[in-house]
Design a protein around this ligand. Structure first.
Ligand code: 5GP
Length: 191
């Protein structure tokens, strides 16, 4: 690995565990000069307020499958009936520039990256309990009852994969969990 090679951070959790909020807290409160958040591609329809090229690259299934065939994704997964994937070229470029590249992705895709990139720092966020996870998913108010039920049903299987990750952080308190995640990243960076 060349001297300037950056650090790949795989950041995952069952839906509703607060991984988005943890990252936002870190980006707002900490020195993140070298951090970049990878922008994913998805076939899911944009939610209200979401913008193409900002929140995601929103593409058709056909376009997504073309990317798969061309081997232009680091990983991809089908989640809740939609494809989600990480474009390869920008990640490789950022790593070559020495950046800390964060992949905020669901558990199946994260598990693939953990195996393909054993040098990556992998962090799994756990909910304090399944009851609390369900409460948070309902409170979010962004998804239909059917989607919420599917996300809750997926959680135990996803949590079972947490042992594949280098670190697990319980999101019992956002500030505390964010501090812990930031510390794990900066300590790994110093190695
Ligand atoms: P949402 O539809 O709520 O934006 O995302 C659903 C799940 O897909 C979330 O857990 C999100 O982190 C994950 N996700 C977003 N981008 C990617 C990606 O590129 N690859 C994978 N495997 N999951 C992703």
């Amino acid at each position: 690995m060349c001297e300037r090679r950056g650090l790949l951070v795989v950041f995952s959790a069952p839906s509703g565990c607060g991984k988005d909020t943890i990252l936002q807290t870190i980006f707002h409160n900490k020195n993140c000069d070298d951090f970049v958040l990878s922008r994913s591609m998805t076939t899911r329809a944009p939610r209200q307020g979401e913008r193409n090229g900002v929140d995601y690259y929103f593409v058709t299934r056909e376009e997504f499958e073309k990317r798969i065939d061309e081997d232009r994704l680091i990983e991809f997964a089908e989640y809740n009936g939609n494809y989600y994937g990480t474009p390869k070229d920008p990640v490789e470029e950022w790593l070559a520039q020495g950046k800390i590249v964060i992949l905020e992705i669901e558990v199946q895709g994260a598990s693939k990256v953990v195996k393909a990139y054993p040098e990556a720092l992998s962090i799994f966020i756990l909910p304090p309990s399944l009851e609390e996870l369900e409460r948070r998913l309902r409170q979010r108010n962004t998804d239909s009852e059917e989607t919420i039920a599917r996300r809750i049903a997926l959680a135990p299987g996803e949590i079972a994969k947490s042992s594949e990750f280098k670190h697990c952080v319980v999101n019992d308190d956002v500030t505390r969990a964010s501090d812990e995640v930031y510390r794990l990243i900066t300590e790994e960076r110093k190695k």
